[in-house]
Design a binder for this molecule. Sequence first.
Ligand SMILES: [Zn+2]
Length: 195
Amino acid sequence: MPPPLASARNPGAAAGGVDELAAAWRAASTVVVLTGAGMSTLLVTQNVDGLHERSGVPRERLVTIHGTDAAIECMECGRRDERALAQRAWEAGVAVPRCSCGGPWKPATISFGQSLVQADLHRALEAAGTCDLLVAAGTSLVVGPINEMVPLARRAGARSAILTASETPFDQLVDWKISRPLTEVLPALCALILG
Ligand SMILES: [Zn+2]
């Protein structure tokens, strides 16, 4: 029974670059600590900055639902590789770095209007439907269909919390709505879970 932790960049936190980074890092370390304590966790993030990949969250515990800047993807064959590969080619003067199949590389992010990766969406929704606790941290929960994780977890009988200063469409639905900074709330939550 995994307690998934849904985390996302808060679009309202424009002036809070450092705070946002600290909060994202805190969300990741919460997952690392809970996983280390033997809990089944899943971190679903809308961030594309690659921070969660670098934060020590095990790859199998992470869903980057909008893709990631840390990787590149071939527009022809769909092959993925490290961003550094395209970066090196570009720095060496190659105007359009290309995959061995000839297709151009693009960042492995999902643009507006582009479909989500179905396997990622399935993993996230399945975890929401089978977890004991769902925590939505730093997200205004306005982007679907991933925001459906919250009502799905509620319908399946999970406890649920929304940790964000902004209003969300699901504030009335959850057990706890907490507006304090994530850097305060997440360590406290972690301590509470580990009891
Ligand atoms: Zn290719």
